[in-house]
Design a protein around this ligand. Structure first.
Ligand code: DQA
Length: 143
């Protein structure tokens, strides 16, 4: 199984950015955690991050025929983008939405997620290990 991990804007600044909310571990640590977990559960991963909505849409489109499943943290685009869920729907790849923080317990605008309705599951507020839980959901076909 091949799982694509997609990260949206400002997640490259993990560790620096609002550490009280997003933690002190940096983006490279997240990448290492994902790669180690992929080995443990016997899946292949591709990992992508962009600060640009169109590049995220291109990445999702390019995943067609290449990846079996997707873990996506669209970051701020969660609450604004229609193009990203449209792309997920268009390619038909099962996706799990991940948020490091508990978006439903924060500001009102973060409670709106346009991607949620095209995802098979959501993991929110479990920190970086939420990505690993999302990989498990997809690998075990739980959703
Ligand atoms: C986030 C939550 C979003 O509201 C925010 O804009 C992010 C990160 C999270 O992982 O908790 O950039 O998706």
């Amino acid at each position: 199984m091949k799982i694509l991990i997609v990260n949206g804007p400002n997640l490259n600044l993990l560790g620096i950015r609002e550490p009280d909310i997003y933690g002190r571990e940096d983006y490279d640590t997240l990448v290492d955690m994902i790669e180690d977990h992929a080995k443990e559960i016997g899946v292949e991963v591709g990992i992508f991050q962009s600060n640009h909505e169109g590049d995220i849409v291109d990445c999702i489109q390019d995943a067609m025929g290449e990846f079996d499943a997707m873990v996506i943290n669209p970051a701020a685009y969660t609450h604004t983008s229609v193009a990203i869920p449209d792309a997920i729907k268009a390619v038909g790849i099962p996706a799990v939405e991940v948020h490091i923080s508990d978006v439903d317990a924060r500001e009102e605008f973060r409670k709106i997620s346009y991607v949620r309705q095209v995802c098979v599951a959501t993991v929110s507020g479990h920190g970086l290990k939420g990505y690993l839980e999302a990989m498990d959901i997809l690998a075990e076909g739980k959703a």
